[in-house]
Write a protein that binds this ligand. Sequence first.
Ligand code: MF3
Ligand code: CO
Length: 250
Amino acid sequence: MAIVCKSAAEIEKMRQSGRIVRQVLDHVKGLVAPGVTTMDLERTAEQKIKDLGAKPAFKGYYDYPCVLCTSVNEEIVHGIPSETRSLKAGDIVSIDCGVVLEGYYGDAAITVPVGEAVKPEFRKLLEVTEQSLYRGIEQARIGNTVGDVGAAVQELVEANGFSVVREFVGHGIGTRLHEEPQVPNFGARGHGARLREGMVLAIEPMVNCGKPETRVLGDKWTAVTADGSFSAHFEHCVAVTKDGPVILTQ
Ligand code: MF3
Ligand code: CO
């Protein structure tokens, strides 16, 4: 399957789904506090997606059971919301949400501290991961390559003593949640698929405090760090345009 470029009108539609994803994430973020369960976040998100007139993108995707992925502490991505997982002061929780509106997908993620007691090292992890996302976005330009995006992410992350996950990557997005090309958070400048006008990329660095290795839990979804170190995840959908990168999930 080749890389699909989008027209200006399609990008406008994706901006609408992206806007909804952002509204859901903002709303759910406001709820994060010690004692709240990840299923509380899920229920709020599901209602909000409905209220905003969209459909969840993740629920039912390869039989994934929920509208959110909620990944706590050493969980990297694809954590499944649970009635028994209460957030504690000092935790960090990544919230990943996708929606589809009139056939076009939006996908974004944030990682937020729970309470005030989060260690400085983990606050720095969140800052560096988010900043690495913006370094990647800055490279999403006509004529650059996916390697330019990955290298920019990787350089910032490693300069700060953290590591990037290799087994999970960003992706093209449009009328499907996952389209070509794959968008790794590592790579070499000038390598990989060349970016053209109208491509839309979901750029999503996953950054570990410790080593980069991962494993998947017995639930077949939850990806965790092999060394148990904390991990963060931020994601935006970005259109490659004549005017440079345009973030659709604002
Ligand atoms: N943002 C993630 C991704 O792009 C979430 C997918 S979760 C799934 O892969 F359940 F939909 F697979
Ligand atoms: Co994604």
